[in-house]
Design a protein around this ligand. Sequence first.
Ligand code: MHF
Ligand code: KIV
Ligand code: MG
Length: 273
Amino acid sequence: MYANPDSPPRSAVTVPQLHARKQSGEKIVVVTAYDASFALQVDAAGIDVVLVGDSLGNVVQGRTSTLPVTLEHMVYHTSIVARGLKHALLIADLPFMSYADRGRAYDAAMRLCGEAQAQMVKLEGAGWAVDVIAALTERDVPVCAHLGLTPQSVNKFGGYRVQGRDETRAAQLLADAKAVAAAGADLLVLECVPAALAERITREIAIPTIGIGAGPACDGQVLVLYDLLGISPGKRPRFSKDFLAGRDSIAAALSAYAHAVRSGEFPGPEHSY
Ligand SMILES: Nc1nc(=O)c2c([nH]1)NC[C@@H]1CN(c3ccc(C(=O)N[C@@H](CCC(=O)O)C(=O)O)cc3)CN21
Ligand SMILES: CC(C)C(=O)C(=O)O
Ligand SMILES: [Mg+2]
């Protein structure tokens, strides 16, 4: 289809609609996808947002971290996922070091939102990254921030551990959440933080929070698709759940996940810290 100034955004779900969910209390359901066939399944299940995560390094490429994932990989997977979507909003992860300064972030956003058709980019961290969020926001590129366990920092963390457990770190995380929101982020992913802290952050900032191992109080939830289907190799993180177990199709597993998030059944205490 050629450009038509009257045509609506590519997806049915829009950024302003996601903002409105914070007030309405209707949970935002997010899942990762990496190819067109799964994107079609996820879209048909009525999931709100699809994330092309750099977790593709782990689950598609068989690596032990997300650090080797390149912008080329992200552009390729984002472009093929985009072809499978009609309903869901599409977010793409900015890979390691692709947003190290304003200029690199602009170039990467051009590839992911221009060429590959993502509607929002996601980046990890606060501090220096707050300026990058402000830079993208000034150019009207929607941004999803990501705090807590930020997997691109694994070499600094020394492993994948729950973040914000002590008082000082919890206060820092709350301050970081306020800073990314003030810089213009549209959404905030909170990964592996105590449920009580995620609840407090969700209450104190104006943008929706999307939890993964962050308890039930977040405005939405995200899971890695292959964790949700029970096919990820190795030890499964505590926050994940196999929704295919006891069901007979991928479509049924995706619908069950969406329903469990919307009804507040998932995540339970056994998935939280
Ligand atoms: N398949 C997959 N799922 C993910 O959620 C995911 C990836 N890959 N790759 C990138 C990151 C890495 N992630 C991870 C990986 C492991 C844990 C984990 O094992 N956490 C411990 C916490 C231990 C603690 O501090 O108490 C756990 O038992 O849940 C958490 C997040 C999340 N992301
Ligand atoms: C787990 C989500 C939040 C992510 O960043 C990814 O899949 O890469
Ligand atoms: Mg990621």
